[in-house]
Every structure is written in C-alpha cells, then in structure tokens.
Ligand binder design. Structure first.
Ligand code: ADP
Ligand code: MG
Length: 686
C-alpha cells in the first residue's frame, strides 16, 4: 500500500450519519482521512477535485440519488476506478441491491455501520483501488509509450522518405550527367560473372535495357578483330598489374554507323589485394575526335597554304620580270626572226608558269580576285558546252537548277574553275561512263541543322552539288584530297591541284565543302557559298577591264617598287607612253621625291609589300599632302583579303601581279584621264 494517507469520501444527506461514521472511522482506522459531502452534486465535485480512494455513498438523497451518482462516476473513465460502497438501510430490498451492483458499485455497508465490518470493507476496497490504480498507471504508461513510439516512427518514416527522394534525385542527376557527357559506367564481378551497365552504356550501344548488358562474345560483333584485341589486352593488363588502364576502340554499329569509344577499366580488390571486380567507364568520343581531326586538318591546310603562298609570290615576281622583259625584247626583234621566236616561247612558258602559280595562290587564298554579284546557274549554263566536251558521250549529264536561285558575290573565273575542276574529277572517276548530276539550290541553315553538317554555320547559302556514280574514294584519299599535289592519278594525268584550288577559292568566298563518298559508291561534292541578300546586291559592283587605254601627255607618275628589275621595266614602259616618271626603291625614297616635287604628282604606282613603308601607308601619307593624287597598288601576294577591301575603300586601284602590260596601261590611263577620255587607242597599236 502506498504511504499516502487513505482518503475516504462519505456522502449522506443526514449529518448525524456522517458524524457517526467519522467517529467509527477515527476509532477503527485512524490513518484514514475523511471527506464528506451532503448531496450527489457536492459528491461529484469533490471526487473530481480530490480523487479519493473510496466512496461511501448513501442511496436515498434529495436531488440526485446514490444510483445516479454512482452511474455518473462509473461512466467517467478517470473516476471509474474509485471503488464505491453503498450505505444501505438494513431492509434494503433485493431489487435495490441488484440495481446498486448494476450501476457498478463494488460493495454494500449496512447502516448503522459496524466498526469491524467498516474496517474490513475499507481494507478490501483499498486493495481494489490499489489494483485499479496499478492497472491504470500501467495502461497509461503503455499508452504513453505507444504514443512516443508512434511519433518517433512517423519522424523516422518522413526522414526515410526524404532520403529516398534525395537518392532518387541524385540518381536522376547522375543519369542526366552521363547522358550529356555520353559517358556510361559498368561493373563486372569476377566471381559471379555479374555484369551491370548504366543507362548511358545501353544508349551508346543502341541496346534495349530489357536485353541486359551485352556479353563478351556479343561485344565482339561490334569490334574489328584488332579492336577486340585492344579490349582484351586492357582487361588482362588490369588483372595482371592490378592497376587501372585506358584505351580507345572503334564500335561498328548496325547500319554502317560507327563510334569511337574511350574505355577506362579499373580494378576492385578485396582485403588480400585480389582483384574481385572490374569497374569502369565507356565514353562516346566520336564528336571530339572529329573536331580534333577537323582542327588538325585546318591547321595543316593553313600551313601548306602559307608555304605555297610564299613560294608562289616569289615566283610571281620573277615571272613578272621574265614576261615584262620578253615584251621589251620582242620590240627589238623582227617578226619571224629566230631570236623573236625564242623570246616568244620564253614568254609563253612564263605565262604558263604564271597560270600555275595563280592556282597555287588561289589555294593559299592570296590570289587577288574581282568579285561581282553573279548567279551560279548562269555560270553553269554558260559552261554547258565545255562541260559536255569534258565528259564525253558515255556520261549522262543532268542539270537540276533552282529557278529562283539566289546570287553569290564571287569571281566569275573562280566559279567556273570550281565547276570545271569538279566535273573533270567526276569524269576521271567514271572511265566506263555513268551519271553526273549538277544541282543548285538555296539553303537556309539554322543552328540545329549545322550541328550535323561539318564546317557549316547558320545563315543563307547557295549550294551546288556535283554528284557522280564513279569509283568513289576511300578514307585515305578523303583525308588528303585537298592538299596541293595530292593525286591518285598516274604521272602526267593529274596535277593534284584541282581540289586544292577549289578549297582555296571556297574558303576565300567564306563557304565550305562537304563530301559524301565511299569506295565503289560514287561521290558527291557539295559546295556552300553565302548567298547575297537583294539589297546588298545593289552595293556590289565589279570593275571590268576593257582592254583600251589612252597614251600619256607628260603627266607625272611616281613608282615605288623594291625589285629593281620590275621597277626599271615599268619605268621604261611608262616613259614610252609619254608619261613623266620618277622611280623610288622604297617608300621612304618615294616620300622624299614627292616632297621635292612639292606634291605635284598625278599618280602613285606602288608595290604593296616593301621593306619599311608599305604601299598602303605610303599612299596615305601622299594623299594627306595631295588629296587629288591617284593610287595604284600592285601586288602578287595578298596578306589577306581585307587589304584589297581597304584599298578599294580608299578608292585605290588594285593591280594583281603578274600583269599584262596592256592591263597596266589601261589602269594608269583610266585613272589619270578620268572616265570618258578623248582619243582612245587600242592596245594592239603600239
Ligand atoms: P587530280 O584530279 O589532278 O588528281 P584533284 O585535286 O582534282 O587532283 O583531286 C585529287 C584526288 O582526289 C584525285 O586524284 C582523286 O583520287 C580524288 N578525287 C577527286 N574527285 C574525285 C571523284 N569525283 N571521284 C573519285 N575520286 C576523286
Ligand atoms: Mg582534278
């Protein structure tokens, strides 16, 4: 029993009864404390406030009787554990007793109370109360425990759910990253032979996930024997050395597609340093390989270009001298004489050599060109006859020309060269005849489409396609075909310059070439050139050489040229045509002469590239002093096309080397006399 004092509540409307009870209790159970109430309502209030250990309850009371009070108490979950003993009169009926028990009371005590019986009852009730209390507190504890556990379980569940979400998200992120990088990972457990692939590996191999990872012998089907060996060696290296290894293989997928794969294999070891599993990645590096190759190719072509350009430039200067002095010598020889014929032959050969160097210059994009707004269709139609002669009768030529083809801004001669060279090559590739198609079309390229076309960029283009059903090309040829002097033709048949010239021209016109070819499968060349918007066409005009000129009338010409032979030759030719000529070996000397003549010079004829002051700089200086001075810039070598553009913007005339004397006279006279001069003189009449 607990130490707490036993609390008993006695309820009776008769005060005397309560007094008696108190007296008996004080005597029999001095340790108990007695509370009293004189009505049912008062009883209920006290019970709620004090929660006594035992209630003695009178049955017959005014207002609420004992039965009602008892049922109220027993109907309350908190109070029902308190034992209730009815105080009954001696002759309480059997029905009343039953009813009393039915309301939930624990016992009866007859009035007037007997001390012994009271004590016994109290003791018995106290036991019930204790047992009830114990059970109640057990139950309460249990409930508390369950509640606590429920809360922590709920929390745990929420945490687990959050962790799962996070895991899912991480996995999705990893998957996404692998997809973007075209990189997948795999794992192979040696003991069990279990193989796992990440999603990206399936994508790389073009395999359904439900098929599962490809086994070693299935993989073999995608690899050449050589690459298959590479893969086996990688794996056996890792197993032998216990160190990671890396390599590259070519994957041949269905439908002729292939991918370059970077493979990394690394070992997983147990505690005893035994390799128990292989882990690694495969990455599709096709794109970056292509890009690398493209960059390398571009660099190589640049290097070859500047080399050839440099050589061609030097040759051009020499050829200009040879051609120039041949002209001079021819004047001193009579027609039909042995010397005259020899010099004519020298001149012819020099001109052929000049044509060759001009091809090299075209390739290295150093060839001065005269661009005009023009139509590829017109060029192709005009060439039709020549093309027919090139291809002969065994080849069926078909033209598919877009009627609304946009114009390009290009040099007509260069465009003709592109078409003729491509057709000549196709003819060479179809010795037993075949089909040749030339097609033109407008092409508008968006960013998305460009990704799939090598070298392409967004914009409006005109595309000319030359397609043949010839022998096609293998990879080796495709890798080199734009290089000058690369040819597969026998000696004397091919020069290897055709495509390199096309390459240079197309680059200069800011276009590009795509080739689709395979050995035995025919060849398709697609040349893309930027098309000209209509409003721009009006701005672009070409200057045409008319082949007519006037002779001079003592006008002054200042020549600046560092090559003595050229300088002397030009000087002599111009003096002959009645001009007053001053010669300078470089820009500095020219400036001196100019000042000495107080700026009274009609025309500056200057080389572009000279030591010290360059042609353009010299022209600028003289123009600042004498704004009406006319300028001719002559060069066999263009550093870039911007210098031509710059010269043209300044209103200078550009004269490419080597030039025909007639052409030089025409340019000089048209500049000095202005347009619509007087007596025109034909070039033949000298
Ligand atoms: P050449 O025609 O003098 O050999 P090119 O620069 O025009 O020089 O061409 C280089 C090489 O490219 C050719 O020798 C040939 O092997 C290959 N080639 C060019 N066009 C074709 C084509 N239409 N079909 C097959 N091979 C071609
Ligand atoms: Mg050719």
């Amino acid at each position: 029993m607990p130490d707490k004092k036993l609390q008993i509540l006695a309820v009776d409307d008769n005060k005397d009864n309560l007094t008696t009870l108190r007296a008996v209790l004080a005597d029999a159970l001095p340790e108990a404390e007695l509370l009293t109430a004189m009505s049912g309502a008062e009883c209920l209030e006290l019970v709620k406030a004090k929660e006594p250990d035992l209630i003695f309850l009178d049955i017959i009371m005014p207002g609420m009787d004992g039965f009602s009070v008892c049922s109220k108490l027993k109907g309350n979950s908190r109070l029902r554990n308190i034992p209730v003993v009815f105080l009954t009169a001696l002759r309480t009926s059997k029905e009343d007793r039953i009813r009393a028990l039915e309301t939930g009371a624990e016992g009866f005590l007859s009035k007037p109370v007997d001390a012994v019986e009271l004590t016994a009852q109290v003791r018995a009730m106290a036991k019930i109360r204790y047992a009830n209390n114990y059970e109640k507190s057990r139950k309460e504890q249990l409930e508390l425990l369950v509640a606590e556990r429920t809360v922590s379980l709920k929390k745990e569940l929420a945490e687990r759910r959050a962790a799962q979400e996070k895991l899912k998200k991480n996995e999705a992120n990893l998957n996404e990253a692998q997809k973007i990088a075209n990189l997948g990972n795999w794992e192979y457990e040696i003991g069990s032979g279990r193989l796992e692939w990440s999603d990206e590996v399936y994508r790389i191999f073009g395999r359904e996930k439900r098929q599962g990872p490809a086994k070693r012998d299935e993989l073999r089907k995608f690899l050449s024997p050589q690459d298959d060996r590479v893969l086996s060696e990688l794996a056996s290296n890792v197993l032998r050395t216990g160190k990671g290894c890396e390599g590259e293989v070519l994957l041949n997928l269905h439908g002729g597609k292939s991918k370059v794969l970077r493979v990394i294999i690394s070992p997983e070891k147990d505690g005893a340093e035994n390799v128990i599993a292989l882990k690694g990645i495969v990455q599709d590096v096709t794109r970056s390989k292509e890009f690398e190759k493209f960059i390398l190719q571009t660099k190589k072509m640049e290097a070859i270009g500047s080399l050839t350009g440099g050589i061609a430039h030097d040759f051009n200067n020499l050829l200009a001298v040879i051609i120039g002095y041949s002209d001079v010598a021819l004047k001193f020889t009579s027609k039909g004489s042995a010397i005259g014929e020899s010099v004519t032959e020298i001149k012819k050969s020099a001109e052929k050599a000049a044509a060759l160097t001009s091809q090299l210059l075209a390739f290295s994009r150093k060839q001065p060109i005269s661009r005009a707004v023009m139509s590829l269709n017109a060029s192709i139609t005009d060439l039709n006859k020549i093309l027919g002669r090139i291809i002969g009768e065994d080849i069926d030529l078909k033209l598919v020309l877009e009627p609304n083809l946009k114009n390009v801004f290009a040099d007509r001669g260069q465009i003709d060269q592109i078409i003729i060279n491509l057709v000549t090559n196709s003819h060479g590739a179809m010795p037993n005849g075949g089909k040749l198609t030339i097609k033109t079309e407008n092409v508008k390229l968006e960013q998305n489409a460009c990704v799939k076309i090598p070298e392409a960029r967004p914009g409006d283009f005109v595309c000319v396609t030359v397609k043949d059903t010839g022998v096609g090309m293998n990879k080796e040829v495709l890798d080199h075909l734009f290089e000058p002097y690369f040819t597969t033709k026998p000696l004397g048949k091919g020069t290897g310059l055709g495509l390199s010239v096309i390459y240079g021209i197309v680059k200069q016109l800011e276009g590009w070439i795509n080739i689709y070819s395979a050995a035995g499968k025919g060849t398709e060349f697609k040349v893309f050139l930027p098309s000209v918007a209509l409003e721009r066409e009006l701005d672009l005009k070409s200057e045409k050489f008319k082949g007519e000129f006037e002779i001079g009338n003592g006008q002054t010409i200042l020549i600046a040229e560092d090559e003595k032979v050229i300088r002397d030759m030009v000087c002599r030719q111009l003096e002959e045509k009645m001009y007053t000529v001053f010669c300078a070996k470089d820009g500095q000397e020219a400036l001196k002469i100019f000042k000495k003549q107080e700026g009274k010079i009609d025309l500056l004829f200057t080389d572009s590239v000279m030591p010290g002051l360059k042609g353009m700089q010299l022209a600028k200086k003289l123009k600042a002093i004498n704004p009406s001075i006319k300028v001719i810039i002559s060069s066999g070598y263009l550093d870039d096309k911007s210098s031509v553009e710059e010269a043209e913007k300044e209103g200078y005339v550009f004269l490419p080397k080597p030039y025909e004397i007639r052409e030089m006279f025409a340019k000089v006279s048209s500049l000095i006399n202005g347009k619509g001069g007087q007596e025109k003189q034909s070039g033949e009449k000298r």
